[in-house]
Design a protein around this ligand. Structure first.
Ligand code: AMP
Ligand code: GLY
Length: 426
């Protein structure tokens, strides 16, 4: 079978890498893909944009592609699954209506309220002055979120009223997120450690993947601006077996049941971003796709062939499967362009990936990278995901940073404390 992966980041390289390991798979196509995917033995990239559904459908047909796996949220929210499945194509991901769980924070909050899914208390506003009055009356800390998709940058945890006010004005008056800021959701600020739980879903059944934890702020000790994610590890010890049971019964189960009951059966990956509070797990966001960089830390641990799982989700047969993992923890460190998440230079030569990958159990997943005449150059904010597995978490961390040490590009920025939070639990 030929498989198409939509997207071009480190998550998509990790997905293509794992898919290529399946004996069922002949070729893995990336649209538009990246050099990491292109350089896989079975890899081929094609320059079709992720939101050009007509071209993608023509390509699926022409290349005899039996399964399409969608990486990013944008094409899902725009209806790629509806468009391709209407032509009888097998595509892994939720419909546009189910993708509202990520594409509209208001939709997600109202859905959670209807189905008693634990989350922060909230209020929704479409008028900036009203929102500001609410903040003044309620007091801080509070979290201000643009309603729509804002590439992970639409959230401000406001410690004082002026910060909250500035976030509201930026979204609603200065429209820095465009239409995504027409409405804002203002939430109670939850306290606790974060964890990401991803689950395969086939419309009625769900199957959680191994737990993981992202590191969103740009700098060590969770300081600095939020990014798309600066590193991750799996498993996350904050998610004990008992906590996982609660997440299943209080969050994932009611979500899948609720979506089916409301006529939007959920297929694909459901990603619950959680804070583990004193009162138990609470949802800070739902995403409708694999996490980036969580996927890069989860998939190397998965020993099960992933392709039958994708097919089972598409066909409503997930209950016939199970997923197995290596006991070894996995750590992924993001090497970013200097300046990210603000402005940064592109086109800087990257050296040393081969040296890093020569270490045992090290994988370098490529994200913002371009290839010219065999040489690699930076082409985005998050450039590489340097990933290592080892028998214990401290060893995996050490190995990941040893691999990072072998890679050079001018201005490279990375956090030096990925995985440190987990060591508190060990
Ligand atoms: P999001 O883009 O929704 O993942 O939010 C970005 C970050 O904001 C999260 O990773 C959390 O650290 C923080 N955050 C979001 N919602 C809340 C909340 N209700 N309470 C505390 N922190 C939050
Ligand atoms: N790692 C956060 C995200 O994928 O949204």
């Amino acid at each position: 079978m030929n498989v198409l992966v939509i997207g071009s980041g480190g998550r998509e390289h990790a997905l293509a890498w794992k898919i290529a390991k399946s004996p069922l798979v002949e070729k893995v196509y990336g649209a538009p893909g990246n050099p990491g995917i292109e350089n896989l033995d079975k890899g081929i990239c094609v320059s079709v944009a992720a939101d050009d559904f007509d071209m993608l459908a023509a390509y699926v047909e022409a290349q005899n592609i039996g399964l399409t796996v969608v990486g990013p949220e944008d094409p899902l929210a725009k209806g790629i699954v509806d468009a391709l499945s209407a032509q009888g194509m097998r595509v892994f991901g939720p419909s546009a209506s189910a993708a509202q769980l990520e594409a509209s924070k208001r939709f997600a909050k109202e859905f959670m309220t209807r189905h008693n899914i634990p989350t922060a208390t909230y209020a929704v506003f479409d008028d900036a002055e009203e929102a500001i009055r609410y903040v003044r009356d309620t007091g801080t800390p509070l979290v201000v979120k643009a309603d729509g998709l804002a590439a992970g940058k639409g959230v401000t945890v406001a410690g004082d009223v002026s910060q909250a006010e500035a976030a509201i004005r930026a979204a609603m008056e200065n429209r820095v997120f465009g239409d995504a800021g027409n409405q804002v959701v203002i939430e109670e600020c939850l306290v606790g450690e974060e964890a990401s739980i991803l689950a395969f879903c086939d419309g009625t059944t769900f199957m959680p993947l191994a737990s993981s934890q992202d590191h969103k702020p740009a700098f060590d000790n969770d300081e600095g601006p939020n990014t798309g994610g600066m590193g991750a590890y799996s498993p996350a010890p904050v998610v004990t077996d008992a906590m996982m049971k609660r997440i299943n019964t209080e969050i994932l189960g009611p979500c899948i049941k609720g979506m089916a009951a409301e006529g939007m059966p959920y297929k694909g990956i459901l990603y619950a971003g959680l804070i583990i509070t004193e009162d138990g797990p609470k949802v800070i966001e739902f995403n409708v796709r694999f996490g980036d960089p969580e996927t890069q830390a989860i998939l190397p641990r998965m020993t099960t062939d992933i392709v039958p799982l994708f097919l089972a989700c598409c066909d409503g047969k997930l209950d016939q499967h199970k997923i197995e993992y290596s006991d070894w923890p996995c750590v992924t460190v993001v090497m970013a362009s200097g300046g990210y998440p603000g402005a940064y230079k592109k086109g800087i030569p990257i050296e040393g990936i081969t040296v890093a990958e020569a270490l045992s159990d090290v994988m370098v997943f490529q994200a913002g990278v371009k290839q010219e005449r065999g040489d690699l150059f930076t082409a985005g904010g998050r450039v590489l995901n340097v990933t290592a597995m080892a028998p214990t978490l401290p060893e995996a961390i050490e190995k990941a940073y040893e691999a990072v040490g072998g890679i050079q590009f001018e201005g490279a920025h990375y956090r030096t404390d990925i995985g440190k939070k987990a060591l508190r639990h060990v």
